[in-house]
Design a protein around this ligand. Sequence first.
Ligand SMILES: [Cu+2]
Length: 428
Amino acid sequence: MHRRDFFRLGGLAAGAAIMARVTKAEAQAASDAVAGVPPRGPVIAPGGQVAVVTPNGSTLPLRTVNGVKVGHLVAEAVDHEFAPGLRAECWGWNGSTPGPTIECVEGDRLRLYVTNHLPEATTVHWHGLVVPNGMDGVAGLNQRAIQPGETFVYEFTVKYAGTFMYHPHYDEMTQVALGMTGMFVVHPRRPRGPRVDRDFVLMTHEFRVAVGSRRPDPNEMRDFNVLTFNGKAFPATAPLVVGKGERVRIRLGNLSPMDHHPIHIHGVSFKVTATDGGFVPESAQIPETTVLVPVGSTRVIEMVPEEPGDWAMHCHMTHHIMTQMGHGTPPMLGVDTSRLDARMARVVPGYMSMGTTGMGGMSDMNMPIPPNSLPMRGGPGPFGSIDMGGMFTVLKVRADGQVRRCRRRHIAALRRQPGRGRRGRLSR
Ligand SMILES: [Cu+2]
């Protein structure tokens, strides 16, 4: 063996050792990152209703001027990172996709300035809100489209509480596909149902970003390869951290171009308490562990997690928990490639066919992938690689100190649920 080869081999081995260490450290960091339960957000509406949290996102600042809540949305191109390793030029508002969550209280008067910094016209439609016809945002039907450089003022009184969305209604195919979506939360004047301790919003979305391209493809109809919660693909999705026994509300929205998402959460049973059409009467709230969120709708779910730990939350369509490099590969399962591999290795050192025994090991292989692309799946977990990507996040249920304070309320809340015994346990 040449001295140089020996060093190269040694370097490789050392590199592998460092990589193993880093991966383990990363995994530990991923597990410890949120050891405790963060303090609850500020009360924003009457009856102790807490502010909504948009993981990986933000809330639109509103300034009160003469009793009117005033905000400003700037439609613009956004240099967006889906997860470390993949950036694309998306479109959004105020530097993000989805745009900032709009949050207010039933009965508020809102004045929303919309400035268009896109290369084409746009509008904003307030999806699910009942507003005066001229404020509904459908270009050509309700208003003249907002031309590049123009600012349009939307002003309306928010009549009903609920979980709504906003998106352009001009060249929807392009603008929504590039990321122009946002959530719109209206708290009721008088709280409905049991008070919640945590209130999250998660917008689901899907993009087609061809490997090596700079922008998502707005013309794609079927083969989406970057699936997101609030614009992020796992492992970049921020976990939802809650206390054991707290009442948790998650407001799910779907403005994907083409696909519905059945969102599944492990370790809890939840109920659908509202849609973008209004509140679901308690007698009609069916217990679920998966809720289908159709395109162009919202589903609000509420739960009281009982078991501490890290629980998976994901779209149950298996291709929606994969990312870019898992799409469009030929099926190799059961193919004997040993002779091919041996021959190919002569011209491409280290050549190895993929997927002949299944795809399970892919996330551990650290295979080279093209620049600015995401591997098909994989993020660090405390017990090895988490074998998913895309529309996947973690519900972190923590016991720390919060339990005692919430216990009485927890049991009271559980008692109110049909099918539960005196101690709040499930009687099945
Ligand atoms: Cu899905």
